[in-house]
Design a protein around this ligand. Structure first.
Ligand code: C2E
Ligand code: CA
Ligand code: CA
Length: 502
């Protein structure tokens, strides 16, 4: 094994004993899965017991439902099922079902309620499947499905089944006095479609398909195909070095709209990795790798430069874009030089500090951050940058912790926004947040606004800004001018030349 991998793997092992208990185990699990992802299937096999150890040692109530298994057990069962099927000329298939945004769900509802939600997903899947099919708890909101072998089973029926299972699981989940809305992504692989030894590879191929679904998600179904990038890119360190050298990390921009005027109030810069083999990769796939390899700051530098270049581009064209939001990780915020660096960059580009919105996760503020973070936030605010509290509602920040920081705006997390037009409980939550922010004199932005109904009710309830797929998906910088022009034409349509009525 490459020394780099050895070190990484040793860190993973050390992590087990330190992180097996308490909420940190989640971060550790994410890192382990990622190490496995990047180091390849062998590491997944090696780390799987550690992942499970971390999970189960931390919380005895973690197991999701009555019919749970684990990844090792599922592997064995898949191998047995494939052998059995071959002997009788039958066919089986594997699916991996993953709750989207699982960490957000966990933050919002806590471990016990999240377990109830997972348990409900299990029950719904079990009801929709035959009694001979098997379900396995793969941890972290992921459920494995092994279909009992049948005589004829093609790709189309498999996809239809996956979509049916997805719809069943995505029905609202009643939790007594509230309702949870979840979406799931599904990866599947038919016996005979996986590369290499079919018994061993079937589960891995369905996990690769799931990775692809998540990359394009949320709420996507993907079947494994041989052209799919395997879930194990190699030589991570070299790849990252090259990626930064050749500007493979780019920023896409998603607009934010004022509910008052309909005008564009800003854009958020969102990182993308244009990977030479895997194609466009989302932050969920590469941020943990960058965190693992200590390169988050390098990404932050690239994103800041991209954001400032975007402002210059829009200014040159003559568009009025008040500001751009940039996400800052806790690691970056800990750098005592951060405020100076940003000041220098703004100065170099001749851009006023108020054009930069510094997005800080609510969780960072909620957990009484260290002095360096506090100093940076205060220095950036004093300089004139806007401070946005990101993913608000998931981090349990107290009112006093919000008051302690010079926050301008709360970005209300997508989990509160989903179906807000149809669910009275969601409306109550949003109204409570809005009346609190109004009294505190803060602005609000609702994230993840996907439908016209959500947009309308949010403006009616008094939310100041909206951002989400319903307005526009994140786009590369060179697509923004056309989008801005089209949006401006909608808000202020050009005067219609009067028709002469004869
Ligand atoms: P975030 O800051 O909460 O960014 C919003 C995320 O929600 C983005 O995902 C965006 O594409 C997605 N989104 C926007 N509208 C909708 C919608 O209507 N429905 C749904 N389902 N999703 C929507 P993305 O680009 O994958 O980024 C994920 C996270 O990665 C970001 O969450 C942010 O925390 C982090 N991130 C992105 N870029 C950077 C960066 O340059 N540096 C750092 N440190 N973190 C970044
Ligand atoms: Ca953000
Ligand atoms: Ca957010």
């Amino acid at each position: 094994m490459h020394t780099y991998f050895k070190t990484l793997f040793r860190n993973v092992k050390i992590g087990v004993s330190q992180a097996a208990r308490g909420p940190q185990s989640l971060a550790f699990v994410a890192a382990s899965i990622l190490a496995a992802y990047w180091l390849g299937a062998a590491a997944l096999f090696l780390t799987a017991p550690l992942i499970l150890l971390a999970f189960h040692a931390g919380d005895p109530t973690n197991r999701a439902g009555p019919d749970t298994g684990d990844i090792g057990q599922m592997r064995e069962e898949v191998e047995r099922a494939v052998k059995r099927a071959r002997k009788k000329s039958l066919r089986t298939a594997c699916m991996a079902v993953q709750i989207d945004d699982f960490d957000t769900l966990l933050n919002r509802y806590g471990r016990a309620t999240t377990n109830l939600i997972i348990s409900c997903c299990h029950d719904r899947l079990a009801r929709a499947l035959r009694s001979s099919d098997q379900l396995f708890d793969l941890s972290n909101g992921r459920i494995g499905v092994l279909l009992a072998p049948v005589r004829q089973f093609g790709l189309e029926p498999a996809l239809e089944l996956a979509e049916r299972l997805q719809s069943t699981v995505q029905e609202p989940i009643s939790l007594g006095n509230t309702t949870a809305y979840i979406s799931v992504s599904v990866g599947l692989c038919l016996d005979g479609h996986a590369p290499n030894d079919p018994g061993k590879a079937l589960l891995d191929a369905s996990l690769t398909a799931l990775d692809n679904a998540l990359r394009q998600g949320p709420s996507k179904v993907r079947a494994y195909s041989s052209g799919m990038p395997a879930a194990a890119p190699h030589r991570v360190a070299d790849e990252l070095e090259k990626a930064f050298e050749t500007d493979q990390f780019v920023s896409w921009f998603q607009p934010q709209i004022s509910t008052d005027t309909g005008q564009i109030s800003g854009f958020e810069a969102l990182a993308r990795w244009v990977h030479p083999r895997a194609g466009l990769m989302l932050p969920a796939e590469f941020l943990p790798v960058l965190a693992f390899t200590g390169r988050l700051e390098q990404l932050g530098d690239a994103t800041l430069r991209n954001a400032l270049r975007a402002i210059q581009t829009w200014d040159t064209i003559g568009f009025d874009i008040p500001h751009v939001g940039v996400n800052f990780s806790p690691e970056e915020l800990r750098n005592p030089q951060l405020a100076k660096k940003i000041e220098w960059e703004l100065d170099r580009c001749n851009i006023a500090p108020k054009r930069l919105a510094v997005e800080i996760l609510e969780t960072v503020v909620a957990t009484s951050p260290d002095d360096a973070i506090t100093r940076n936030i205060n220095a950036l605010a004093e300089m004139g940058c806007l401070i946005d509290l990101d993913d608000f509602g998931t981090g349990h920040a107290s009112i006093s912790s919000i008051r302690r920081f010079p926050v301008n705006r709360l970005k209300i997390d997508r989990s509160f926004v989903m179906k807000v037009d149809r669910d009275i409980e969601q409306q109550r939550m949003i109204s409570a947040i809005l009346s609190m922010t109004e009294r505190l004199g803060l602005e609000t932005l609702a994230e993840g606004v996907e439908s016209a109904g959500e947009h309308t009710i949010l403006s009616q309830l008094g939310c100041d800004h909206v951002q989400g797929y319903g307005i526009a998906r994140p786009m590369p910088l060179d697509e923004t001018p056309d989008w801005i022009s089209a949006h401006q034409a909608k808000v202020h349509p050009p005067p219609v030349i009067g028709r002469i009525v004869g």
